[in-house]
Design a protein around this ligand. Structure first.
Ligand code: UTP
Length: 224
């Protein structure tokens, strides 16, 4: 199968080198059976640098470019952990990512263009390479009916349609909150191409595999 992972920056950057190697090893095992692409987020450095640049009155597009730089930095860290299993080049386009996958290597990329996040990049990459599954490995363990930090009655949604994901992502956009771990653009792309998607907690290495088989405790997005 062709698998695209969206890995939140916080999932990787907080790890020490041994733990990064374990993460990379798990991806290497999966790459023996599947073609793997990984899109890495910016995490804490992206947020810190963007905040400082904004305070210095940098334009929003420039802040996005700083964010893209952070995603590429995190992507390079994963490439370092993957060694020979990944090309050293961080592709700047979907075309380049697809070209680099030759000979079963794990292609790792970061952001591409301003005005979006790496969730959208991963959904667009999944479209481009006609992925069988998109696995969003993030800092929450799925989509909830309400913000669990605020509402004790919030429950995790095991399965939802892309249309429901879009509605939830749009609502989250309008009112600050943390119901949808996916941004509206990513949700729209998932909807328009009906990409089978899993949203799982990225801290647990086992979820990399469980996201493929569907045997995970997160949220499964599918139109069926
Ligand atoms: P992330 O994808 O990590 O953003 O990209 P995020 O969703 O805010 O991070 P998490 O998931 O909560 O950790 C970091 C920043 O890089 C810029 C955006 O400014 C984004 O907020 N970016 C990233 C782009 O402008 N374009 C891209 O293609 C990717």
């Amino acid at each position: 199968m062709i698998i695209v992972y969206s890995l939140g920056g916080s999932i990787l950057a907080g790890r020490d080198s041994d733990s990064l190697r374990q993460y990379a090893d798990a991806l290497k095992v999966l790459s023996k059976e599947h073609q793997i692409y990984v899109v890495v987020g910016g995490g804490k450095i992206a947020r810190e640098y963007i905040e400082k640049a904004r305070a210095l009155e940098a334009s929003e597009v420039f802040c996005d470019q700083i964010g893209i730089g952070a995603t590429k930095l995190n992507a390079m860290l994963l490439v370092a952990a993957l060694g020979d299993a990944a090309p050293k080049e961080i592709p700047a386009s979907y075309e380049c990512a697809a070209r680099l996958c030759a000979s079963g290597r794990i292609v790792v990329m970061g952001g591409v263009s301003p005005g979006q996040t790496t969730d959208a990049v991963s959904a667009l990459l999944a479209e481009y390479v006609q992925a069988d599954r998109l696995i969003i490995a993030t800092s929450v363990d799925g989509v909830y009916t309400a913000d669990p930090e605020v509402d004790p009655s919030a429950r995790k949604i095991a399965r939802m349609t892309p249309k429901e994901l879009v509605r939830m992502a749009m609502e989250t956009e309008m009112k600050a909150g943390s119901r949808s771990p996916v941004d509206p653009l990513a949700a729209k792309i998932i909807e328009r191409s009906s990409i089978p998607t899993a949203i799982v907690h990225g801290k647990d290495i086992e979820n990399l595999k469980k996201g493929i088989t569907g045997a995970h405790q997160g949220t499964e997005i599918s139109s069926a």
